[in-house]
Design a protein around this ligand. Structure first.
Ligand SMILES: O=c1nc[nH]c2c1ncn2[C@H]1C[C@H](O)[C@@H](COP(=O)(O)OP(=O)(O)OP(=O)(O)O)O1
Ligand SMILES: [Mg+2]
Length: 201
């Protein structure tokens, strides 16, 4: 398999998939690369697994090809796992990383450093027409800071300190983020599965 379709319209994810798979000679094509306009896929699931499968299966159906989907987000322990599957639309449907971070920080107002533990989660779904969808869940543990710092990465990266770092995810070089991220964890698990279960070319 030299080319994989990724069912995403998120630029940050697209870039990271291209970097990670590019380093092993696999080309990633996303919905942002296609000429035709793909309608918004409704994320009606209650879990990352359900939503990742919905994205992958919708596009696999449409093109009759193997497709991967990524549903990801931030789980904050002091907020009982929120924003979770609602990460992208936490502060409203217009999807603003800035507003989402502000909402999280204000909800954590008064919560001290030790209590600000959190993790990024990335569930990858691989849908192959006529086969059962394969799911892999990656994680990256850390804690939430007190203000956004850094301008690399995307989403909640400026307020997330991965365990073992005194820089936010948005301060790390892309190579470093891609080495430790939840997305890399999920991709590694999917690549291991694919080694055992190769798709027909
Ligand atoms: O590495 C990450 N660093 C920071 N934030 C992240 C990361 N990974 C996911 N996130 C956040 C962004 C968004 O608020 C939500 C994903 O939402 P999610 O529905 O999976 O993606 P999306 O709607 O942006 O694009 P799409 O569904 O087309 O793949 O979690
Ligand atoms: Mg989404």
């Amino acid at each position: 398999m030299k080319k994989i379709i990724l069912a995403t319209k998120n630029n940050g994810k697209a870039k990271e998939f291209k970097e990670i798979f590019g380093s092993i000679g696999i080309e990633i094509v996303t919905l942002l690369d296609l000429e035709e306009d793909i309608p918004e896929i409704e994320e009606t699931g209650e879990t990352f697994e359900e939503n990742a499968a919905i994205k992958a299966e919708t596009i696999a159906d449409r093109f009759q090809m193997p497709v991967m989907g990524d549903d990801s987000g931030l789980e904050i322990d002091a907020l009982d796992g929120k924003p979770g599957v609602y990460s992208a639309r936490y502060a409203g449907l217009e999807k603003s990383d800035q507003k989402n971070m502000e909402k999280v920080l204000s909800e954590l107002d008064g919560v001290e450093q030790d209590e600000r533990t959190a993790r990024f989660v990335c569930v990858l779904a691989l849908a192959v027409p006529g086969k059962e969808t394969v799911l892999k869940r990656g994680r990256c543990e850390g804690r939430i800071g007190f203000e956004p710092i850094g301008d690399k990465g995307f989403g909640y990266d400026p307020i997330f300190y991965p365990d073992g770092y005194d820089q936010t995810m948005a301060q790390l070089e892309p190579e470093e983020k891609n080495r430790i991220s939840h997305r890399r964890d999920a991709i590694n698990q999917m690549m291991d599965w694919l080694k055992e279960n190769p798709l027909a070319e």
